[in-house]
Design a protein around this ligand. Structure first.
Ligand SMILES: C[S@@+](CC[C@H](N)C(=O)[O-])C[C@H]1O[C@@H](n2cnc3c(N)ncnc32)[C@H](O)[C@@H]1O
Length: 266
């Protein structure tokens, strides 16, 4: 789940499942306080790491999609470094927050499992902070890979991270900050479903809004995917080169890993 303290730092395929939103309501109200919650996330170091992964493939991307961009922290940092970046996210509220805070970053509401992108129009697609764990159906994830692959130029890259099964299983997302000094107080309770391979997190927040103190709840679901199946699906989608790493390293994914990074090159 995204608030965990960061460490170091062709269309002929079967139709994807119906989108899971609207309805689940993730990243609705929470969009308003997302950046306060993310204040300590080292986005610049994450972009450094993305660039390190890009360098392993000797690629020189220019046109970038920040997929599931949230409020645009990754995309805006990449833009600052000279890339031509667009953002896309499923949540209207997050997209609005992005447009407000990063007016120079074009952003659209888009479902990662139903991307409508011009073929061969991108050099790099990044999708960070366990965003693809929010895709709950394997077929949705596979469709996402197919559509991204089509949108990339030959040699183009998809770089994304996923929470590992271990991270979702062991209750890491049962967290709280109820300090009266906190700008946003929160209490999260994680529940692992072994059959569905999903982690449900019941979230409660209290923050100061324009009308004084406000409380709200959201329920988030993330699905666990195995490293081997994700790599297989990337190959199936047409990526010629696929590699996985223990997050923020160039080492293989370890047994205790909580986050892994995947690189697919068309
Ligand atoms: C944890 S946030 C990460 C946001 C951003 N990448 C960051 O690093 O701050 C997960 C994001 O994934 C988005 N998301 C979830 N499911 C999605 C989908 N099917 N398509 C596009 N975006 C999705 C959410 O709206 C949310 O903004």
């Amino acid at each position: 789940m995204w608030l965990r303290s960061p460490r170091r730092g062709g269309r002929t395929a079967p139709a994807p499942p119906e989108p899971t939103r609207p309805g689940r309501g993730e990243f609705g109200r929470v969009a308003e306080c997302y950046d306060v919650l993310m204040a300590r996330v080292p986005y610049r170091r994450w972009v450094d790491y993305v660039e390190q992964l890009v360098a392993t493939r000797k690629a020189q991307p220019r046109r970038v999609l920040d997929l599931a961009c949230g409020t645009g922290k990754v995309g805006s940092e990449m833009r600052r470094r000279g890339y031509v970046v667009v953002g896309a996210d499923l949540s209207e509220q997050m997209t609005r927050g992005c447009a407000r805070q990063q007016p120079a970053l074009p952003v659209a509401v888009m479902d990662a499992t139903r991307l409508g992108l011009r073929p061969q129009s991108l050099d790099l697609v990044v999708c960070l902070y366990d965003s693809l764990n929010y895709v709950l159906e394997p077929e949705g994830l596979r469709e996402c890979f197919r559509r991204v692959q089509e949108a990339l130029v030959p040699g183009g890259l998809l770089i994304f991270d996923l929470n590992t099964t271990r991270a979702l299983k062991v209750g890491l997302f049962t967290q709280r900050d109820l300090s009266p000094l906190a700008a946003v107080q929160y209490r999260w309770d994680a529940h692992w479903d072994e059959v569905a391979q999903t982690c449900r997190v019941d979230m409660w927040f209290r923050c100061r809004g324009p009308a004084g103190e406000e409380e709200f709840t959201e329920t988030h679901y993330e699905r666990a995917y195995e490293e081997a199946e994700v790599k297989e699906w990337l190959h199936e989608a047409g990526f010629a080169y696929v590699q996985s790493y223990d997050a923020y390293t160039l080492y293989p994914v370890g047994a205790m890993a909580e986050r892994m990074f995947l690189v697919g090159q068309r």
